[in-house]
Ligand binder design. Sequence first.
Ligand code: PEP
Ligand code: MG
Length: 559
Amino acid sequence: MSGDTRHGVGVSPGTAVGPVVQVAPPVRPPADEPAPADAGAATDLVLEALASVAADLDDRAAAASEHARPILKATAMIARDKGLAKAAGKHVGAGLGPAHAIAAAVDEYAAQFEALGGYFAERVTDLRDVGNRAVAAVLGVPAPGVPVLTGPSVIVAEDLAPAETAALDRALVVAIVTEAGGRTSHTAILAAQMGIPAAVQVHGACAIPAGTTVAVDGDAGAVTLDPDLELLEAQRVRRERRAAALASVSGPGATRDGHAIALLANIGGVDDAVAAGAQDLEGVGLFRTEFVYLSAPTMPTVEEQAEVYRGVLAPFGSRRVVVRTLDAGADKPLAFADLGEEENPALGRRGLRLCQARPELIDSQLEALAIAARDTGADVRVMAPMVATVEEARWFASRVRAAGLPKAGVMIEVPAAALRSRHVLAEVDFGSLGTNDLAQYTMATDRMAGELSDLLDPWQPAVLDVVAAACAGGAWAGKPVGVCGESGGDPLLALVLAGLGVASLSMAPSKVPAVRYALSLHTHDECRALAELARGAATAAEAHEAVRAAAREELAAIL
Ligand code: PEP
Ligand code: MG
């Protein structure tokens, strides 16, 4: 009998077994750190800590991907900066303990970097990372962040920043488990995109001792400590049954009676594009361009961007690639596209609003995309994030057309755009429902707040009503509406969305086979009936249950 099983929310399908590697949180200097008895010895401790941080970052750089290496090397240089060491030494001389001295020197430097602006201001995050690591080193506790992995590992953390998740080594990370996060937090999205089984909201996960073997079920959201052979065998049988069912259908997505629903990939960069391009799917429904630049300190040049976009477009040949222009801000901060602190960033100048304040961001992207489209001959379609009004849609479409790109679309992820989609879509060629943000804004619930995940449930009937309104507006305007939020990758919800009239479903590639299978088992009329059932329900749980009970049994058998 297997030991302890912890339950959370499954966000990236698949199962995996491996030893736990805990991601240590940042440490603060202890409030009761004594003043140094021997200032010389305390200064040496500071210097040793900074040197060990620099050496560790160099080691990580040597093992990192081409993309992450220069960032880690530049961060190691900050740890070696003589001025930083001198400033910390001065604070030791003034009576601060080594941990507080490092923190004070970092604060001082950060203020100077921010005042200098530009490139320096963009290095403040790296500087603080160096400070956190050096404080951990003087205290003799594990360095914060993901440690260097030496073998297959299950990464366990309170939560992971998008940049941390993106930098994970796919070859060694077999599963991800977090205590916080939610279905639509960017850690969950990135894990699914990377094809790494993942569970979030797993209470007590951070207390699992490092090295414990765990079995992670990314569908059920379960984490079992010290799994026995019986459990591993049951997981194997389930995996094989599911694989056989999913392999029984291939090709373009369609309902049982042949109504086409295009199945597309959500991707975040060239590696994802190469992997997705080799799979049985009809193209890309969402390329989150901001994911390419999560760690970029400065704005990439047009030619640098064009190089990335060529790499993304090429694997898809003549298949469509829907590129979303930068969606920076709120939970996806970019160092070079930051308009400063806001009280409520999710309601502030993020997405298209930020690009309207800094048009050079969007214009350089569109120019680079036009170059890449010309060079590859790809079927490129461009869409804007966070559109709320007709004016915004019009502004975006005119810039896309001015750049010589053939098709402009908008994401429908703000209830205002969904309710007025008939007018908003009249300005563009297509719409794409971002159900992650649409749920956030419809339910007035921060998508990062894992503890509110019941409110964010995409089965919430209010969210389904807003989606239905957007689809009705699309039908009226004669413009196709797809889905690129996480809900499109849930096989049961995909049936409801098909019933509401969407023309395409875009998701992490690992989710495509189950959605294709679900569609192939039901006629379009059956999907419509399932949509009616869901919208007729009083609660999210009842909507989910009603559709599960009414869907074909073959589908329930593999969920
Ligand atoms: C969405 O909001 O549903 C979406 C697809 O965009 P993102 O998750 O990147 O905000
Ligand atoms: Mg969004």
